[in-house]
Design a protein around this ligand. Structure first.
Ligand SMILES: [Zn+2]
Length: 85
């Protein structure tokens, strides 16, 4: 009697999810927003990792360091800039 080894069939690859199709209005709004942003890189002030930030504001994903808000290159929105409704 010979032992037959079952060969494991490789699991079929999962179907890739269909790419989401952005609504043209949402895409245009996002593009306009991104055009106004300045993305720059710097070194983390704590661990030295190269990090990217928007408008001069950085947050390190490695150690959690953030630069002070006043080092940013744009004005932050104030409390009155938000709709209170
Ligand atoms: Zn860091």
């Amino acid at each position: 009697m010979t032992k037959s080894r079952k060969t494991a069939e490789p699991a079929p690859a999962p179907e890739p999810a269909p790419a989401p199709v952005p609504c043209p209005d949402v895409a245009a709004t996002a593009a306009a927003f991104l055009d106004g942003q300045q993305i720059t890189t710097t070194q983390c002030g704590l661990c030295g990792t190269e990090i990217a930030g928007v408008n001069g504001r950085y947050s390190c994903g490695v150690c959690g360091w953030t630069n002070p808000w006043w080092e940013g290159t744009s004005t932050l929105p104030g409390a009155t800039d938000y709709d209170q409704g």
